[in-house]
Design a protein around this ligand. Sequence first.
Ligand code: ADP
Ligand code: MG
Length: 549
Amino acid sequence: MARQVSGDQTYALPEGSQRIIGRDAMRINIAIGYAVANIIKTTLGPKGMDKMLVSDLGDIVITNDGATILEEMNVDHPAAKLMVEIAKTQDKEVGDGTTTSVVIAGNLLKKAGDLLDQNIHPTTIIKGYELAAKKVEDTLHANSEAVTSTDTETLRKIAMVAMSSKGIGTVTDKGKIADIIVGAVKQVAEKKNGKFVIDNDLIKIEKKAGGEISDTELIQGVLIDKEIVHSGMPKNVKDGKILLLDAALEIEKTETDAKIEITSPDQMDAFLKQEEKMMRDMVDKIASSGANFVFCQKGIDDLVQHYLSKKGVSAVRRVKKSDMEKLARATGAKIASTLEDVKAADLGNAGTIDEKKISGESMVFVQNCKDPKSVTIFVRGGTDHVVSEVERAVVDARGAVVSALELGKYVIGGGAIEMILSKSLLEYATEIGGREQLAIQAFAEALESIPRTLAENAGMDAIDTLVTLKSRHKKDDGKFFGVDVMNGKVANLKEIGILEPEKVKKQAISSATETARLVLRIDDIISSRGKGPSMPPGGMPGGMGMGED
Ligand code: ADP
Ligand code: MG
């Protein structure tokens, strides 16, 4: 299929380049996109399995998280990279729904492949997919319900569903973490023009192996993974008055090579005294501002540390810029770039600042801040693998709760919403008619891949489940029915509380459509990497059937 560049093309392309054109190019890209979706589909839903990924260096990651799996897989083929892109975008935009978006994209491609086999032109397929995507957006909106920051119970369910597929902890652990996440999001949420605007970064996630998952806690402030610089400084400060300093507490070394000529011991003495005095002055300025704790973004000289400790002022050095910003948001401090005219008004406040030893390492807890606009979720768990997976669960749930509040809408998960969308698309397809109709129907079938996969992963009969679901959804009161994976049957999932943010679904489907469109527009792969574009391992499965399904 891949052919060496020859004839006229030799002039245009470097030697060794390879080119695949037309339908062949499309078929390869489709096969690879579908293959990627098939790799991660077994992780979808609470009954999905985990994957163990081993890097070149032997590092191991055990996860259920779509975005993490795809990233760690290090795929090589350009079409596979496009699929990885979807997961990344989904992760960045909404933080959850990565597996869903990749599975839908893979199935949109597979169905497009079937249509190509029936001689439907790619442009027609793309047109139909675009119409379908627009219709999906409207139907999604028409079938969503409102949620706001006071609906704690709904937000908690959304957090639980987002975490449910991560194989960590007990239901009690997850419940506790869900409460923490909802509390954290509410704490930092701000309303602008009647809409919630929430910056994910204001909810810092810090992790440390040790303890148990249930030790995970919400810190009303910021947790800094550093220690207090001097053993003589107070380690437990009440009523902290915090100075945030973006300048070194050291005597600046000159940039150029300056020479100081010292000719007598007196001069040497005077020179050292001068330095000492400058450092004393620094400490005096800090103390007279009223600060009892300094977070410094740069270094702190040993002598300055010593003077500070004598004044009873504690300090942490080389604090990350991002942490400085969080400290400012949590304590109300202004970050000072010089010690000149630092005033009491620039200082921040925290009820307590404590250095604690956590699993043998010192960390500084800045907490009990009054109405902090930045908080920290401190994730604990038995081993590094466990805390990493809990962290990913927290990231997903944080994304879900934030997305739910930002759009203020949720839908019913477990495949219920996909069934509603699919049904409405099938009706819409007959309205549209023509050849696009086929593409719209294909889109509808691609959406069914979600309930189908959830059922498969729960060990249920996928065909039976879909048939039952379809007949349920024919009735007016059946639209909340989806796959109850925990009990292995079709059930009303609104009653069970399987809720998902509309924003996550919307983003998952729109980025899947975008990618399918992108892939279907490619009819020429030119590769200058020598070996040329290659087939997926095992070659192309027979026809356009591409293996499973
Ligand atoms: P993603 O990366 O797409 O978020 P997940 O592995 O988190 O993938 O699975 C999400 C899917 O699992 C959603 O369709 C969600 O509605 C569904 N789901 C989660 N919990 C349940 C449940 N208890 N019963 C049925 N479906 C569930
Ligand atoms: Mg999820």
